[in-house]
Structure formats: C-alpha cells, structure tokens
Design a protein around this ligand. Structure first.
Ligand code: CTP
Length: 470
C-alpha cells in the first residue's frame, strides 16, 4: 500500500527524504501520525523514526529549512522543532526495555524492527517509508491496518509484555478506544485486570493526562466503562469505582449510581467540550455512597451528598494533580446541582432565585446544562416534566434579573438638576420628584430620554412644590 499522495503535501517531507538520501540514513514516518493519516484525522504532531543518529539528522533537516531552535533530549535520542503549524519530532530507533521498578527507560540503539515491536498498539506500530526506493510505502508488521478497519485495539506483543514495559499503556488502550470508538481486544482486558496494580509506579501527571483525554472523547463512558471493568478505576479514581452497586431494601432499590453517572457524563458531553463541566458531571454524585441512608416509609436518601461531594473535591484535585484554578468551578457545580430543581418545586421567592444567581455567578448556564444532563429517566413524560421545571426556573431567573435591572434604573434627570430647576435644597421632595419621573418612564407615560424627562419635570414641578404636595 502506498501513501505517496497523502504525504507529499506535508511541507517538510521532501526535505526529510532528500536528507535521508544524502546522509544514507533510513527514515520513516511512524506511530500515531500514520494511524491518523489512514483515519484522515487532522494532527499537528509529526513523528519520524531515524535508523541511526537522530540528533545530527534533525540538525541537518533544521539547517536546510532555516530552523534555528532544535530541542534535543540526548538521553532519549529524540530531537524536536516547530515548523509552520507542525511539531516535528525525530526519534532514533530503540531497543527499549524498562527497568521494572522505575519509569526510566533503558535506551539502547536498535533496528527498525526492534523499535516497532516495542510500541504500544498495532494501530500505532505502522510506518511509512521516506526512503528513495520505497517512498510512501506502508510498513505494517503487526497487521495494524486491518485492526484499524476492524476498529480494534491490540498489542503487537503479548499484552503482558507490552504493559510491563509501560503500565500507562493500560490507560492508553482505553483512551484510544474512547477517542476512536474502538473495541479493546479480550487479551488486553485480561492483562489489564491482572496488571492494574502496576499503574502505581506511573507518575500521576501521565495518568491524569490519559484520564482527561478519556473525558474529552466524544463518548467518555466507553473509556470509563473499560476502566471500571478492568478495575483500573479502583487504582486511579477509587471514588468513582465505589459508585457502583445496587441495594435492595423492602420494595425500594436505588439505581446504580455509577451507571447513572456514566449517562450524565455522556449527556453533558453532547452539549459541551468543556472538560471541567464533564468532570463536574463525573463527580456530581460522588458522595452518595457516604450519605446513603434507608429511611422507613421513604426509601433511600442521600441527604447532604452535594455539600459533602463539593468538600471532597479539594483532596481529589490535589491527589490527581488537577489544575487548582478549576477547583472552585467544580466545587460550585457539585454543591449547587440540586438547587435548580428545588427552586422549581416550591413557590419560590425572588430572593431564593437571587441567591442562586449570585452563587452560580457566570456559571449558571453550565449548572443548568449539568442539571438537564442529570435527567436520566427512561420515562418520556418524566423527562418532559423535569425539563419544563428547568425552563420555569430559568424563566424566573430572567424575570428577577429584569426586575433587578429596572431597580438599578435611574431617572435621566438627576437630583442635582432637580434641585436647581425647582430651586430647593436636598430633601425628601427631591427623591419624590425623581421617583415620579422614573415611574412615568416605567409606566410608559414618557419615553426614557433626557429631553422627555426634563419636559416631564417642568410639567409636574409646580404641582409637587405647591402647598398640598408638601
Ligand atoms: N508510544 C508507545 N507507548 C507509549 C507512548 C507512545 O509505544 N506509552 C508510541 C506509539 O507508537 C505512539 C507514539 O509512540 O503512536 C507516539 O506517542 P503519543 O504522541 O503519545 O501518541 P500518539 O499515538 O501520537 O497519539 P496522540 O497524539 O493522540 O496522543
């Protein structure tokens, strides 16, 4: 299979292949870029495999295209530069094995084959030749092309070996499944279940990075379910794994909170790309297990789960090394996620609505998006009723906002001018005249302009200043 037509427009390709020829070095386009090229997915990271000294090869290419700044990681045999909109990386072929108790790879030079077989998945283990006689040819030693067509994630080697080399790949398998909406092979699930404990040697930053990529994917439940089924979720996010389970007491059972949460996350993801709103959806019921109580005659209750859940966020953010400037937002959404429905049910006062407006601040729309996503009933009548309730709350919000706007409204003719024109000192009367002008505007008697207000003042002033009005 040849990809000449697909790669020839990429600006740096010709220079790389010329340099390969001149320096008698084999070079390939490799890994995710080949996968994405076949899937026709846009990307800006281009990775190249150099059989030989990748650092000096990178220098040669950079010089030819006038790039001054090349970043080199000598220990890893990689070099990198930016060119136009692309991030270009060259890596020397490696025969890489990992020290079992550390994440630091032991890097040894290797052949093309050594390098390809140590990669994570067959769909990421394809290469396209940039060498003279085979330019554009796909090299696919592990059937990656077929696996892409079959939408399946498999490892090139025995998954136990592949995951032992880098346990993060357990999460990467689920991340690619979620991003591409692929299945993962049975053998991967088996190895993931047995090896999940090895995730503990992986740095939190790498874990969180993959986890957030799962949340960013089109349907996050795909990845979250795989995490759950393999029990890797227990290691990386215990609180979410603990949401699973259904209790039955007398005639009452409560829905499995984990399954409900998956639906809420997927629902929210249809509405927004905002990963923190998706995260809030994931954790909105996180304190249900701790607050669960069976009340005779009522059934299951979860009093205070929204407040306790909000208070759990700080620890979770610290532990998962999430950006602390997003903490307040997530806390707020968790804390307030029941509030709108409570306001829909009762005869609500303006001040209750005003409290919601103030507490939710700029995030009121996100809160309502979360609330709407939280409706996971299968009963269309119920769904309609709940949605109508939120509409009603938002209507009240608009009304109160409108009233508050009007309250801030001031007569275009100000107190100073009223005193001057009427020749009076600061007094209650100034306020009364001003209010009369404002009422005339609000009641539509005159239009809201300076000229109209001034004319109206001149008309009413004598009446106000006469004896019987004092
Ligand atoms: N790779 C690997 N094991 C890892 C990480 C990466 O084998 N733990 C290999 C894969 O061949 C992968 C390539 O390195 O395709 C590049 O890695 P990365 O940039 O992390 O992933 P991509 O596949 O490029 O995908 P994306 O950019 O979407 O993360």
């Amino acid at each position: 299979m040849n990809f000449l037509n697909e790669i020839k427009h990429i600006p740096v390709i010709t220079v790389i292949s010329e340099t390969a020829k001149e320096s008698n070095t084999e070079v390939y386009m490799v890994g995710g870029v080949v996968r994405d090229l076949i899937l026709k997915r846009q990307r800006s990271d281009l990775d190249f495999l150099v059989i030989g000294d990748s650092l000096s090869f990178t220098e040669k290419v950079a010089t030819k295209i006038g790039i001054q700044k090349v970043t080199k990681y000598r220990n890893f045999g990689t070099a990198h530069f930016k060119f136009q909109d692309y991030d270009i990386e060259f890596v020397g072929a490696r025969k890489e094995s990992y020290n079992r108790n550390s994440r630091k790879p032991i890097v040894e030079d290797g052949t093309f084959e050594d390098d390809i077989r140590r990669r994570d998945f067959t769909i990421n283990a394809m290469a396209i030749s940039l060498n003279q006689n085979t330019f554009g040819e796909l090299i696919d030693k592990f059937n990656g092309y077929q696996d892409l067509q079959n939408k399946i994630i498999k490892t090139p080697l025995d998954p136990f070996q592949t995951f032992d080399d880098d346990p993060l790949r357990i999460l990467r398998a689920f991340r690619f499944a979620a991003q591409l909406e692929f299945q993962v092979d049975e053998s991967i699930m088996k190895a993931a279940k047995e090896m999940k404990e090895r995730l503990r040697i992986v740095s939190q930053e790498r874990i969180t990075d993959e986890f957030l990529k799962i949340l960013t994917s089109p349907k996050p439940s795909v990845g979250l379910k795989l995490l759950f089924d393999s029990e890797a979720l227990q290691i990386i996010f215990t609180e979410i794994q603990n949401l699973a389970g259904v209790d039955q007491r007398q005639d009452y059972h409560h829905k499995d909170v984990f399954l409900h949460t998956l639906s809420v996350v997927d629902n929210v993801s249809k509405e927004t790309e905002n990963v923190w709103l998706r995260f809030a959806a994931l954790v909105h019921d996180v304190a249900k297990p701790q607050t669960k109580k069976f009340v005779e005659g009522i059934g299951w209750t979860f009093h205070g789960h929204e407040e306790l859940g909000a208070r759990m966020m700080k620890n979770i953010f610290h532990r998962m090394k999430l950006p602390m400037h997003k903490l307040e937002y997530v806390e707020k959404l968790v804390r307030l996620h029941l509030r709108p429905i409570a306001l829909a049910k009762e005869e609500v006062t303006d001040s209750a609505i005003r409290r919601l407006i103030v507490q939710a601040g700029d995030d009121l729309n996100d809160l309502i998006t979360l609330c709407r996503a939280d409706i996971t009933s299968k009963n269309p009548q119920k769904i309609e009723k709940y949605l109508a309730n939120y509409e009603a709350v938002m209507q009240k919000v608009l009304e109160v906002q409108e009233k508050d706007k009007l309250r801030e409204f001031q007569s275009p003719v100000r107190g100073e001018e009223i005193m001057k024109i009427c020749n009076i000192k600061p007094s209650k009367k100034v306020g009364e005249i001003k209010k009369a002008i404002e009422d005339a505007i609000l009641d539509g008697v005159i239009e809201n302009s300076y000229e109209a207000a001034l004319a109206y003042l001149l008309k009413i002033k004598d009446d106000f200043l006469s004896e019987n009005k004092s």
